[in-house]
Design a protein around this ligand. Structure first.
Ligand code: SF4
Length: 270
């Protein structure tokens, strides 16, 4: 097995938005990651010698909602100082600037360049989110970016997006997750590969849900595949289970079954 590059911690799967691109609000179990258990998991990562490059503190849900947010990257920094700590937020929770400085990189997801399109896609409040982003400007300019997923519903506002954030670093990705086939695929045709590739979630990423389970990937909100709970098992034990190796081998053989069958995540070009 290749070394895991990124470990993702789902600090919570509660969210302030209800984006058309997401189905986290359908998650059957909801909660916030427990800090003390997280510390035990960090100890496991350290002593099992996993040596990841990145910790990403987001998944399903809005991570800025976690009341103890800065404690998570802080503890990671103390225990594993070489690991890059990043987070993606929808920008709707007015955290103080100081909380952002606990991360090496903060990405704000902002999926619409004008108020009407943005509000329709996210069900968030365009003006309030802009106000939060402005309050974080000094940090975002040096260690962050504003990110737009561009797809059929919002492509007409991508130039407005660039103008709106002309004073910030921005990035655009031409992607639209169809959430394992639960949503219609709104990826722009030219950004769609006509075939699937083995999914990066099975090779480069280890995803912990808020209650420390390891599902197939963040899209597997119903945990159709659950490789185990890291509070009960060693991480290497989870990655060595028969279920894990069989799933990895299926992808390597270009066999996509279960929720992977209709998922478009591994067909997108960007
Ligand atoms: S193909 Fe889709 S459902 Fe399967 S692991 Fe990748 S993201 Fe998850």
């Amino acid at each position: 097995m290749e070394p895991i590059k990124t470990i993702q911690f789902e600090l919570t799967n509660y969210c302030t938005g209800r984006c058309v691109t997401c189905n986290s609000f359908h998650s059957p179990t909801k909660g916030f990651m427990d800090l003390e258990s997280y510390k035990k998991v960090i100890t496991k990562i350290k002593f099992e010698g996993l040596d990841p490059l990145n910790f990403q503190f987001n998944g399903q849900g809005e991570a800025f909602l976690h009341p103890l947010l800065p404690e998570f990257p802080n503890y990671a920094q103390l225990q594993l100082p070489g690991v890059r700590r990043s987070i993606i937020t929808n920008g709707s929770v007015p955290r103080p600037l100081h909380d952002l400085t606990m991360f090496d990189f903060v990405e704000v997801s902002f999926n619409g360049g004008d108020e009407r399109i943005y509000n329709a896609i996210t069900k968030l409040n365009f003006q309030e989110v802009l106000k939060n982003i402005q309050s974080w400007k000094s940090f975002l300019i040096k260690s962050g970016s504003i990110h737009m997923l561009v797809f059929i519903d919002n492509v007409s506002s991508s130039e407005d997006f660039k103008k709106l954030f002309q004073d910030y670093p921005v990035s655009l990705a031409y992607k639209y997750d169809n959430q394992c086939g639960m949503l219609p695929d709104k990826t722009l045709t030219e950004w769609h590969r006509p075939y699937k590739i083995p999914c990066p979630y099975l090779f480069d990423v280890l995803y912990f849900t808020w209650d420390f389970h390891v599902p197939l990937c963040p899209h597997d909100i119903r945990r159709s595949v659950d490789f185990g709970c890291v509070l009960d098992k060693d991480i290497k034990e989870i990655l060595a289970t028969r279920l894990h190796s069989e799933t990895v081998n299926q992808h390597l053989d270009m066999e996509f079954t279960g929720i992977c069958k209709d998922c478009n995540f591994n067909t997108m070009i960007s």
